[in-house]
Write a protein that binds this ligand. Structure first.
Ligand SMILES: *Cc1c(COP(=O)(O)O)cnc(C)c1O
Length: 427
């Protein structure tokens, strides 16, 4: 390596070759740990044997057929909400059931049969179970109901506006599975409720009257749990507002209910480009043949897919798991977009990691893997002041003419900049 900083320059061809080979060997050794570790991080593809057994068990328990399973409305109508079914699937004991029931009184839970089939039984820290099945930790009363103050940034019904040129329309509180780490818990309530047609009309009016809004995010709950007709109507209305340049949908359907991605839905989305869909894959176990098919269908409909993972203690707060997740996402054509630092929402505090853990994950992504597999790590500012990117320190010093930096491997380097100044201008 010392050849790089040697005084001698240039080198002859033999020396260049030798330096390249030495450098390549050192790069290879930088990734050897991960090459080994990633073998023990399964995707949903690797777990098909266990998952099919779960599915067979659920079909029997729910007296259902393969056709039912493939039908998203059946999946939604048969979400698991009782500990009897869950215990029969996962072999929970009485105390575990009692705890789930106790938490369930406070925060409802509900799991699509598909998502439940991804839980590996007898794994106390199963990452799918941790996202879906309540634990007694949720009864810790610390934290806030609305740390982002969404209720103070809503200038019109079902709208959240925190930025100059874009906003959110919140269309429903319905989800195929109520995440245990949900940051909008207070909206989930006890019953499923779409926004009224009148509220959606008012939200559209607000957008129509504010010509700087060029990007509209339809979210919830889960935006794809609206009917095909409502989605088509909303996208048509937005297309008719000249200043709306792009539409985005926020959904976990590809993760929790991939059956929702039907040919009819795709035909609708295809009519309204440009449409971006951001989803939330948090762990490689949820990347399955079904979720891949759903993403393939959406990509074929011209939709651009992104992922907004949440950094969750005990689920994905591990650099190798996050790296594998992001690499596997690229394989199913989902571009990692954000990693969110979990907010201090009441009942979800047990998922919160330190910021240092998040920074460590980011350090081990940048440079070590494709830039395409590196999302932005963000934290939501209090009071609805927006998302803040948090980054490892790459700039050590900047005096205008020279930039002192640290590269992905931790090497400190000085980069001459000397910005061009037209003649006659003083330095
Ligand atoms: C996250 C968010 C957006 C979108 O932010 P981007 O950084 O553009 O993805 C827009 N509005 C609100 C209220 C948000 O929370």
């Amino acid at each position: 390596m010392s050849a790089f900083i040697s005084e001698k320059w240039p080198f002859d061809d033999t020396e260049k070759k030798h330096i390249s080979i030495t450098r390549a060997a050192s790069l290879k050794s930088e990734i050897s740990d991960y090459q080994e570790n990633k073998k023990s991080i399964n995707t949903g593809f690797d777990l098909q044997a266990a998952v099919s057994q779960n599915k067979e068990r659920l079909l029997t328990l729910l007296k259902a057929t393969e056709d039912d399973w493939q039908n998203w409305k059946w999946q939604l109508a048969h979400r698991i909400k009782d500990t009897e079914t869950l215990a029969a699937l996962l072999g929970l004991n009485e105390q575990q059931c009692a705890e789930i029931n106790k938490v369930g009184v406070r925060y409802r839970w509900s799991i699509s049969p598909y998502f439940a089939s991804l839980i590996i039984p007898n794994e106390p820290n199963d990452p799918v179970m941790r996202q879906a099945v309540p634990t007694i930790d949720e009864l810790d009363e610390s934290g806030y109901d609305d740390p982002m103050a969404e209720e103070y940034t809503s200038p019109a019904p079902c709208i959240t506006r925190r930025y100059p040129d874009r906003l959110i329309i919140n269309v429903t509180n319905l989800c195929a599975m109520y995440c245990r780490h949900c940051q909008r818990r207070r909206n989930i309530g006890d019953v499923d409720r779409h926004q009224s047609h009148q509220n959606l009309v008012s939200a559209l009016d607000y957008i129509r009257h504010n010509p700087e809004i060029r990007d509209v995010l339809i979210t919830g709950g889960d935006a794809l749990l609206l009917s095909d007709e409502t989605i088509d109507w909303l996208l048509t209305e937005l297309d008719n507002i000249k200043h709306v340049e792009i539409k985005r949908l926020g959904t976990r359907a590809m993760v929790t209910l991939p059956q929702r991605i039907t040919p009819n839905l795709c035909a609708i989305l295809k009519k309204h480009p440009p449409v971006f869909i951001n989803t939330q894959f948090n762990h490689p176990h949820t990347i399955t043949p079904e979720s891949k098919l759903a993403c393939d269908m959406l990509v074929d409909a011209g939709v651009i897919l992104g992922n907004q993972a949440v950094l969750l203690k005990g689920i994905n707060n591990n650099p190798d798991v996050m790296k594998k997740l992001n690499q596997e996402l690229l394989k199913i054509r989902v571009r990692p977009y954000y990693i969110f630092h979990a907010k201090s929402v009441k009942g979800t505090r047990h998922f919160i990691t330190s910021v240092d853990e998040g920074l460590e994950i980011m350090k081990k992504l940048r440079g070590y893997t494709s830039g395409l597999a590196v999302p932005t790590y963000v934290i939501n500012a209090p009071k609805g002041y927006g998302k803040i990117p948090i980054m490892p320190e790459y700039i050590l010093h900047n005096d205008g003419d020279t930039l002192l930096v640290r590269n992905w491997e931790g090497r400190e380097l000085s980069i001459p900049i000397y910005p061009y100044k037209p003649q006659g201008e003083k330095n």
